[in-house]
Design a protein around this ligand. Structure first.
Ligand code: LLP
Length: 385
């Protein structure tokens, strides 16, 4: 394990809080995902929602990945960066008409459709343009996963996808619609999944589904397994790059493809998670009657994951080598939930110390807000600092 070092001297001249991205690690991660997916000719669409920083997007684009978008804004953003439209998949349970029209006008690769009413609207809007919209059905595979309940998606009770027992009805509807073409099936069972079993269960479920479709003489050209591969939040220096080799190997072993069939993935967190760090400064160390608090100048406005999902992020004091003390690490926002971690071991911390909150590259900057009239965080990059 190589402990990550940060250019702390350069940090001292910058206004905290800000995001600091390790560009070398991002590039290494991308090389790895491209090589491992390439072994089986799997197609990778980066899930843009994880991080839309233009520099990050450009690097992802240079590496030839496609993208998974969930809004018209994301589609416009990736087109501006230079991603080709025919590598864009468009998912989301509530696509507005203008967003569907944008996808149709730009000739994106595929609409991942989540309901019969949506299918009908896409059919109508495509028909008006004299186009045929390529669609994949997002099927809810009912595979249970162990992750925070806010980020499970593949169960019956979730709002996402078409339930398995409704599939026949949807296929009947499809037969009646002339401006949509079924090209694939789409799945996504949840996020931050660190066990292999759910992915294996997903393969079995999709195999069964294909057999069910074969009975209706349907064979789809594209299977999209979504995203979800987790990262090591506990120890980012031990596992800076997720095990893409094992991940794709699992699908190769458990999911036989038809001749000509193409397999797609939508990783977000596993690509950008470990390359991002939220850098903050200690404003005060407050000794309460029961606890000591480290009060940072970063709050849930910059990184909401701990407050929203009770997510763990490793916290490090980059300025101190003094013996460990135990603190609650909190932000300045006027809410009790503005807390990055309780009873955290940190080197003795003093006012002005620089604190790194690790593994914040995914769903950090993208989920920042301006609550309390705070400014959105800036971003700096290891190769241009
Ligand atoms: N594909 C679909 C259809 C998705 O809904 C998602 C994530 C992904 C791909 C990418 O998943 P990933 O590889 O990043 O796990 N804000 C939460 C995570 C929300 C994930 C939403 N969907 C967090 O901070 O943990």
């Amino acid at each position: 394990m190589v402990k990550r070092t940060f250019p702390i001297d350069k940090f001292k001249d910058l206004q905290t809080p800000f995001y600091f991205y390790d560009v070398e690690l991002l590039k290494e991660t991308l090389r790895n995902v491209v090589a491992e997916a390439g072994k089986y000719d799997y197609k990778v669409h980066y899930a843009v929602k994880a991080n839309v920083n233009p520099r990050i997007l450009s690097i992802v684009c240079e590496n030839g990945l496609g993208v998974d978008c969930v809004s018209g804004g994301e589609i416009q953003t990736v087109l501006n960066i230079g991603f080709p439209a025919d590598k864009i998949v468009f998912a989301g349970v509530g696509k507005a008409d203008w967003e569907i029209n944008l996808g149709l006008d730009k000739n994106i690769f595929c609409f991942n459709v989540e309901s019969v009413p949506e299918l009908e609207v896409i059919n109508e809007l495509a028909g008006r343009k004299g186009k045929i919209a390529p669609v994949a059905l997002r099927i809810n595979p009912e595979v249970s996963v162990h992750t925070h309940h806010h980020i499970t998606t593949g169960m019956k009770e979730n709002k996402f996808g078409i339930n398995l027992d409704q599939l026949d009805t949807v296929l009947d509807t499809l037969d009646l619609l002339s401006s949509v073409k079924l090209i694939g099936l789409h799945f996504h069972i949840g996020s931050q999944l660190v066990d292999k079993e759910p992915f294996q269960a997903l393969c079995s479920r999709v195999n069964e589904l294909q057999q069910q479709l074969a009975k209706r003489k349907i064979q789809v050209e594209h299977i999209n397994f979504g995203g979800g591969l987790g990262i090591d939040y506990a120890c980012p220096d031990r596992n800076p790059i997720p095990d893409f080799k094992e991940y794709f190997e699992l699908f190769h072993t458990h999911f036989p493809v038809y001749p000509g069939q193409k397999i797609h993935f939508e990783p977000g967190r596993s690509i950008v998670g470990q390359c991002g760090n939220l850098i903050s400064q200690t404003l005060y160390v407050k000794e309460g009657s029961f606890k000591k608090f480290v009060i940072l100048d970063a709050g849930f406005t910059e990184l909401i994951r701990p407050a929203f999902y009770e997510a763990y992020h490793k916290i490090e004091n980059l300025s101190s080598k003094e013996p460990i003390e135990v603190y609650d690490v909190v932000g300045p926002v006027c809410e009790s939930s503005d807390c990055f971690g309780k009873q955290i071991d940190l080197n003795k911390t003093r006012r002005g110390d620089i604190i790194a909150i690790r593994s914040a590259g995914a769903y950090g900057e993208t989920m920042a807000s301006q609550y309390n009239c705070r400014q959105l965080p800036k971003a700096y990059f290891s190769d241009t600092l």
